[in-house]
Design a protein around this ligand. Structure first.
Ligand code: B1M
Length: 214
């Protein structure tokens, strides 16, 4: 059994097989982060590629998402949690118009596991809702996820609205999601960008002057 087989089962939308392979890998002591990244995430990205090439349709895209959401919780209990006083408070949100939350959920999970208190707002969040939440919970960091070219500008909207309200200095803002880049983060004046969930933690640690991301 190899982790590559998990990726292939996810790509082919073989739900029961994918679930059995994930369980088997974990039982055999595979590294849970490897199962997540090189199995489940790789598989769902392959589903996206097939959708992009017209080989899969929206139904299959949704099936892939449902399958990933079913597999991720199987891995969760195998990842050790850092038991510590919260290192800081983060509001995480997928921006307005965007219904992708699998990557954001992984970032939320990774931040939580590394000692942050995370308020996850889910998807399709207008800028003002995100800012109000950040004010309410006295967040240190606002994390914005976007997966569509059409919703990228909503990340910029949050930063612009913070500036307009005179609140820009109160929160650090980090951005991420499939279509984002460091150049984009720089262009919109974000404080940081994460290529993946592990990097997101490293960026938040750095911004808040905390060490020891896992
Ligand atoms: Co959609 N979709 N989708 N989709 N979908 C993409 C993004 C797409 C690339 C597929 C493709 O065409 N090849 C394409 C976008 C094209 C573009 O704009 N460039 C696309 C499209 C077109 C669409 C629709 C428009 C399709 C349609 O209706 N015709 C539609 C839009 C709906 C909407 O949002 N308004 C749509 C819908 C959907 C579903 C609802 C069916 C489903 C999402 C379900 C859900 O999330 N609950 C879905 C899915 C599953 C995908 C793909 C296949 C997978 C996304 C994913 O979960 N990736 C995706 C193809 C792909 O990604 N290659 C695709 C895995 C995830 C772990 O990666 O989210 O990038 P990612 O997160 C990573 C990093 O980016 C980073 O860490 C994560 C972990 O490593 N990260 C952060 C993420 N957020 C971060 C925040 C940070 C830091 C790091 O700090 C705050």
């Amino acid at each position: 059994m190899s982790i590559q087989q998990i990726a292939e089962a996810v790509e082919r939308l073989e739900e029961d097989r994918a679930e059995a392979l994930v369980k088997e890998a974990l039982k055999e002591g595979a590294n849970p982060w490897q199962v997540l990244r090189e199995g489940i995430v790789k598989g769902i990205k392959a589903v996206g590629d097939k959708f992009g090439k017209g080989e899969y349709f929206l139904l299959e895209l949704q099936e892939g998402a449902d399958l990933a959401q079913r597999l991720v919780p199987l891995v969760m209990p195998h990842i050790s949690k850092e038991e510590a006083k919260p290192k800081g408070t983060v509001v995480m949100a997928t921006v307005r118009g965007d219904l992708h939350d699998i990557g954001k959920n992984l970032v939320t999970m990774q931040l939580s596991l590394n000692g942050y208190q995370v308020h996850d707002m889910g998807m399709d969040n207008p800028a003002m809702n995100i800012i109000n939440k950040a004010k309410e919970v006295k967040a240190d960091v606002i994390g914005l996820s976007a997966l569509l070219l059409s919703t990228l500008p909503c990340q910029a909207d949050v930063i612009k609205t913070l500036k307009d309200l005179g609140l820009r200095d109160r929160f650090r803002v980090i951005v991420g999601g499939g279509v984002t880049t460091q150049a984009w983060a720089d262009e919109i004046g974000a404080d940081g960008w994460g290529a993946d969930a592990v990097q997101a933690v490293a960026v938040v640690d750095k911004l808040l002057g905390k060490g020891g991301s896992g």
